[in-house]
Write a protein that binds this ligand. Structure first.
Ligand SMILES: *Cc1c(COP(=O)(O)O)cnc(C)c1O
Length: 570
């Protein structure tokens, strides 16, 4: 069952299924979790993204951690059905035909949210046009702008061609989707040519919601005016100049000026965004994760026994406070066994079930500082000698053109080799949704060490919380809200970081070692009951809040303001 959608959600990446490589990282995971919760709650939404027939990429690592990238072979027709509808848009002065596939996102009940994957791989298109929807974040800025034209302009036109003409809200997930606004302005020009472009933009604003994800100006999507004129044509370029300057067109600015409701993805990120764009009212709606997707089988069984309503009601995770500690521990042991089996299969690290296991995984890019824990190897050895054995498991892909990110992976491999015999380290290749669940659920503590305030939200720590795994993290993004020292986990460099100061690698590494040796490992090895109580708070306090169901309710209340109508199976 589905209903006439009231909200259309546009995102360059959407993590639909672990076997469908249409996402690169957190942005796509968030999009997928949002739509999964909409399907659970019966909220009539529709998703729009690109087909990405060659996926993001499959990461292969050699023994020294050198990354090579392989295209992902996946077959779209195993997952989605091809629709006959075709639409056409002008890109670079020629017509590009666009088709769509329908993926059905099914909720816990019988409700379903359709997601349309736009596809230009059609015989009637020229070779360049056929490649527009093949790989995610591939190619140069010209290619990216063309992809954004397909997402925003063709996406809107496709929805109309499929008969969706009463959509109340358009939700733009990050600036990549900003051209939806241009499409809406053009639609209104076609029915009411008399008004000025500025008046039409104002009318469109009431229908658009924009979620920004980047806390730094460098992360915004900007294109030169010349490129925009070449790809989109002069008349669109003129329209874009109204809201985004003359020499350079910043799609984040377009999305900001064309949206009535704008939000950042955590409390702190909202503040940072207001500082970057002081002329816009920017709210915060903190991200969340889809509980059923991220709970390991052992934890899901635990919830089935104690919180039978959990698949339909994430708030009831608050009642995890009544689950006996030994049952939480034994579910965790099972999740840890599954992770360690994978580690020992993939590597010769020889991980041990009884050893304290620190997990971390994220995109290997400079600001995430994936390798910070290895800054002082002698210190790590000393901690393992004094506090008890330690093993560390990591994963993460570097963007194919991110040389610094690739160097980080190699330096972690050198640290792994240097620590052999003292601290076991494993770097698992090809971080993806399945690996994320294994890692977040099976580690004893989840580590995150970004440079503040660059982690807009972060969601892997929330996936850990869903599995009762506490975080040890820099106070940035969601952790500023989720952290209660010694209760839901531990902060690295508490107070200074909370005030937003960057401590620098050396100070942050020092604080990390102090927290590990002074609080986290003693708790794990010497205060077992307290450790498991912290695990239980991670669920009851954090998983009960940092889930996509709560997030979607907030979007409904604060951002969408739509009547769901009688009979909507919420
Ligand atoms: C959850 C997830 C992310 C995002 O995690 P962060 O904590 O925001 O870095 C990235 N990649 C994959 C595969 C994930 O599952």
């Amino acid at each position: 069952m589905s209903a006439n959608p009231v909200v259309a959600y546009f995102s360059m990446e959407i993590a639909l299924d672990p076997s469908v490589p249409t996402y690169a990282g957190g942005l796509g995971i968030l999009a997928g979790d949002t739509l999964r919760s909409a399907a659970d709650l019966g909220i009539p939404m529709v998703g729009v993204t690109l087909a990405h027939r060659r996926g993001y990429f499959h990461q292969v690592l050699d023994s020294q951690g050198r990354q090579s990238e392989e295209p992902v072979r996946w077959s779209i027709d195993d997952f989605a059905e091809r629709l006959d509808t075709r639409i056409e848009i002008q890109v670079e002065d020629r017509p590009v035909r666009v088709a769509a596939w329908r993926y059905r996102m099914r909720g816990v009940g019988d409700f379903e949210v359709p997601v349309f994957l736009l596809d230009t791989e059609l015989p009637e298109n020229d070779a360049a046009a056929r490649q527009l929807t093949d790989s995610l974040y591939g190619g140069d800025s010209r290619h990216r702008l063309c992809q954004e034209a397909v997402l925003g302009l063709a996406g809107l036109r496709m929805l109309r061609a499929l008969g969706y003409d009463e959509i109340a809200r358009f939700h733009l997930n990050e600036g990549h989707a900003a051209l939806v606004i241009v499409g809406l302005v053009e639609e209104s020009a076609a029915v009411d040519g008399g008004r000025t472009a500025a008046a039409r933009l104002e009318a469109v604003r009431t229908r658009c919601v924009f979620t920004t994800h980047t806390p730094v100006p460098a992360g915004q999507d900007r294109f030169s005016r010349d490129l925009v004129a070449r790809v989109l044509g002069e008349s669109r370029c003129a329209l874009l100049e109204i809201c985004a300057g003359k020499s350079e067109i910043n799609l984040t600015e377009i999305a900001l000026s064309g949206s009535r409701f704008i939000n950042g993805v955590a409390m702190r990120h909202g503040e940072i965004s207001r500082g970057m764009f002081p002329s816009y009212p920017i709210h915060s709606i903190t991200n969340g994760v889809h509980v059923r997707t991220w709970a390991t089988p052992a934890i899901a069984q635990l919830y089935d026994r104690h919180l039978p309503d959990w698949p339909r009601d994430a708030l009831c995770l608050r009642y995890a406070i009544s689950i006996p500690l030994e049952e939480i521990w034994s579910a965790h042991r099972e999740a840890k066994r599954a992770l360690l089996a994978a580690v020992n299969r993939e590597s010769n690290a020889g991980f041990d079930q009884d050893v304290f296991t620190l997990g971390l995984a994220r995109r290997a890019t400079a600001y995430k500082r994936l390798g910070l824990v290895f800054r002082d190897l002698e210190r790590l050895r000393a901690i393992a000698r004094a506090e008890g054995p330690l093993q560390i498991v990591l994963a993460g892909k570097a963007h194919p053109r991110d040389e610094d990110g690739k160097q980080i992976i190699q330096s972690i491999h050198r640290a792994r080799d240097a620590l052999r015999g003292d601290v076991a380290v494993a770097y698992l290749p090809n971080y993806d949704m399945s690996l994320a669940r294994l890692l977040c659920g099976g580690s004893d503590v989840w580590l995150n060490t970004p440079i503040p305030p660059l982690e807009a939200s972060g969601t892997s720590g929330m996936k850990a919380a869903v599995n009762g795994v506490p975080s040890l993290s820099i106070l940035d993004g969601w952790w500023i809200e989720g952290h209660v020292e010694g209760m839901t986990g531990w902060a690295i460099r508490g107070d200074d970081a909370a005030r937003g100061g960057a401590g620098g690698d050396e100070a942050d590494a020092e604080a990390l070692y102090r927290a590990l040796a002074g609080a986290v490992m003693p708790c794990f090895y010497k205060q077992h009951e307290q450790f498991v109580r912290i695990m239980r708070y991670a669920i009851a306090i954090n998983a009960a809040f940092f889930n996509s169901e709560r997030m979607l309710w907030q979007y409904l209340h604060s951002a969408y303001h739509v009547e769901l109508g009688v009979g909507t199976p919420v």
